[in-house]
Design a protein around this ligand. Structure first.
Ligand code: DGL
Length: 282
């Protein structure tokens, strides 16, 4: 597909494997309410967290192409797994041939820029999906900015299913929340900052706070990504001009729309209407 359209205007695309990106979108809309947004959740193929590099890349590229075809000039991968496994290849390999004037940004770099200033002990924990943790993306990005910071990754494979199954505040969730926090803290007692490196995890925050040692700073990504996008648009007025400003937001899902609408209300705290899309043709 070639769609060179440097003079076109479109909504800011926000992509996630499913619902988690809504926690990012909510903060982005709070900080930048005037822009138009197009949210795309690949709910029918989620979770991405346990999928291979190749599959996450293929699915993410399909989503980016779809959002570009809807007119988005700027797409945020509001998913750590997609940012870890697909962003770099899309930026370096695909964008130049699709449309070099468009942009795809992820959530890992802005998060890392923030956390390196939050740890006094210089020992930081990262909790994420197996895909994000096994990619070592956080370690690599932190090392680029500050080699003296030690990063300890903790995969939390049960946390996304707990959220997706509306068990985030049930007594049964306690076991898995405590289990992964204990496992992380047993790797290094000096950890004093922990990144929730999965967009679903803010929904578990009350329980995470309950079991995390009180000396640890817990970092959620929504506000960080929102501030980073605001800064990006300020530094790139040519891109800001190509993002529509009607304050509108549409929601697309690859799943059944009523299922999406039901769970989206949990993430957003308000009701939304969704439209069904098929990415497999992209
Ligand atoms: N949204 C994904 C992330 O931030 C988690 C959900 C999934 O595994 O698809 O990593």
């Amino acid at each position: 597909m070639s769609c060179n359209s440097s003079s076109a205007i479109g909504p800011i695309g926000v992509f996630d494997s499913g619902y988690g990106g809504l926690t990012i979108l909510k903060e982005i809309r709070r900080v930048l309410p005037d822009y138009d947004y197009l949210y795309l959740g690949d709910n029918a193929r989620a979770p991405y967290g346990t999928r291979s590099f190749d599959v996450v890349y293929e699915f993410t590229l399909q989503a980016v192409r779809y959002l570009f075809a809807q007119g988005c000039q700027l797409v945020i991968l509001a998913c750590n797994t997609a940012s870890a496994k697909a962003l770099r290849t899309i930026q370096q390999h695909d964008l130049p041939s699709i449309d070099p004037s468009r942009r795809v940004l992820g959530v890992i770099r802005p998060t890392v820029e923030k956390i390196i200033g939050m740890s006094q002990s210089r020992h930081v924990g990262v909790m994420g999906t197996p895909g994000t943790i096994n990619s070592r993306s956080y370690e690599l990005e932190v090392a680029k900015l500050d080699e003296t910071i030690a990063v300890y990754g903790q995969p939390c494979p049960m946390w996304v299913p707990l959220v997706e199954n509306r068990e985030a505040d049930s007594p049964g969730a306690d076991y898995f929340v405590k289990k992964y926090i204990d496992s992380l803290m047993s790797k290094c007692q000096q950890i004093d900052a922990v990144v929730l490196a999965c967009t679903h995890y803010p929904i578990l925050l009350p329980k995470i706070k309950q079991f995390m040692p009180s000396s640890v700073n817990i970092v959620s990504q929504g506000a960080i990504v929102a501030d980073s996008l605001s800064d990006y648009l300020r530094r790139h007025p040519e891109m800001a001009e190509r993002c529509g400003k009607g304050g509108e937001c549409r929601y697309l899902t690859t799943e059944n729309t009523s299922k999406f609408e039901e769970l989206a209300s949990l993430f957003l705290g308000c009701d939304v209407q969704a439209e069904h899309v098929d990415l497999s043709k992209e």
